[in-house]
Design a protein around this ligand. Structure first.
Ligand code: UTP
Length: 410
């Protein structure tokens, strides 16, 4: 257990002495709690604020990477379906739902999966996802283990909600939850914000830590015991996405690639999506803001965009490779966010505009730790309806339109 003196030393090293400013005013329980928080924080994350030291975001040489296209997929349909369904029937696949985010853009104060996208009836985001997964388990006649990553902030609500709704008909024996880690939130000068005199401001540390959190939760043993070889990782907010899609699994297995990523053709060269490509000859995702105008507009001989395939946060990873890369560092992204906190007068304030930074690692960076990744093209209007915002692009409104277009009653 960390003592006050140990805490002082650690904080001095990182210029964060203010965290103990009100220590003397706290009850014994609060004091213990604050020391425990200090003990559990990974202060080395703060080093990433130093641009000189933060070299892990430097990028290599990019090259385009072709996808298996919707046409290729249609012509191999039977084979992919058979290979993928066999993998599912033989218990070789599991799914991981990334649901630890805070969904700040949506502005809904509960876990995003609890959002009701229905209009004349209730239809929750979690329900849409489970309905999509059930289509596959019904077809295969086999259950797919579903692992749900939550955060300290939303775990209780998520578990209670799914219990209350009887997991929307999914056999709960096949559902497990695990909680991701938190990272401190800092102001623009790198000082950690306090939520109260005894509580440090922290937020979920991004979706990149999903595998290590799953391992720490003791779930890897179960995955290995079950003989799972492939894990489909997906985001909470795309209500149209196909989970444990047998065609995708079949295509990746057939390709011999170590991993796969579902992609959509970019709607326009400037579309703000990350593109699956090669970086120093290894698969990688280049963010839209990292692309030069030349890259954005580069065309192949057939006139198509060279960097054409945007990722939709739906990946297939092999358990074997995940175990090999376990422990390898991922780049830490520093993201500007609005951070509610206690101000100098001890009042809790919720800022209107970004007032600091959070630290996140991202699942998309795991792709670059693989030697190969198959970009698998899906039809945007059938499989991509992300709910990021309340209105406008990638919003509740646009997702509702797409759900209707796909015959889902709202
Ligand atoms: P987003 O990038 O949309 O982040 O997450 P977010 O935090 O949910 O939303 P905003 O940016 O505050 O509006 C993409 C996916 O990764 C999950 C989210 O739940 C979503 O499924 N995620 C994100 C985590 O599981 N943990 C995190 O720390 C962040």
């Amino acid at each position: 257990m960390l003592t006050y003196n140990d805490a002082e030393k650690i904080l001095a090293e990182y210029g964060q002495e203010h965290i103990l400013k009100h220590f003397g005013e706290l009850t014994e329980t609060e004091q213990r709690s604050l020391l425990d928080q200090i003990e559990n924080i990974d202060f080395s994350l703060l080093d990433n604020l130093d641009k000189e030291k933060n070299s892990n975001l430097k990028r290599g040489v990019f090259k385009p990477l072709d996808a298996v296209t919707t046409e290729d997929i249609a012509s191999n349909r039977e084979d992919y379906l058979k290979v993928g369904l066999d993998a599912i029937k033989n218990g070789k696949t599991a799914a991981v739902l990334l649901a630890g985010g805070q969904g700040t853009r949506l502005g809904f104060d509960k876990p995003k999966g609890m959002f009701n996208v229905g209009v004349d009836r209730e239809l929750y985001i979690f329900e849409c996802l489970i309905n999509n997964l059930k289509k596959v388990t019904d077809m295969a006649g086999t259950m797919v283990p579903l692992y749900i990553m939550t955060s300290e902030i939303n775990n209780r609500d998520t578990v209670d909600f799914l219990e209350e709704h009887d997991y929307f008909g999914y056999d709960k024996e096949f559902v497990r939850f695990f909680i991701q880690d938190m990272a401190p939130a800092v102001d623009f000068n790198g000082k950690i914000y306090m939520e109260s005199k005894s509580k440090i401001c922290s937020s979920p540390n991004g979706n990149g830590g999903w595998f290590s959190s799953l391992v720490r939760a003791g779930l890897l043993d179960e995955i290995k015991e079950k003989g799972v070889e492939w894990i489909n990782v997906f985001a909470v907010d795309n209500v149209l996405q196909q989970i444990a899609d047998p065609m995708f699994i079949g295509a990746v297995i057939r390709s011999g690639c170590e991993s796969g990523g579902k992609v959509v053709s970019k709607a326009a060269p400037e579309e703000k999506v990350g593109v699956l490509c090669l970086e120093d000859d290894k698969p990688s995702i280049v963010e839209y803001y990292e692309m030069t105008p030349d890259m954005i507009n580069l065309r192949k001989e057939n006139g198509q965009l060279a960097y054409k395939y945007g990722v939709i946060l739906n990946y297939l990873f092999s358990v074997e490779k995940l175990m090999n890369i376990y422990g390898n560092d991922l780049p830490v992204h520093i993201v500007e966010k609005k951070i509610p906190h206690m101000d100098e007068n001890g009042r809790f304030v919720t800022p209107e505009k970004p007032n600091g930074h959070k630290f996140e690692t991202l699942v998309l960076d795991m792709v670059h730790q693989h030697d190969s990744c198959l970009p698998y093209e899906v039809v945007r209007n059938k499989e991509f309806a992300p709910i990021k915002n309340a209105k406008g692009v990638d919003s509740v409104e646009s997702a509702r339109e797409l759900l209707k277009e796909n015959g889902i009653e709202l």
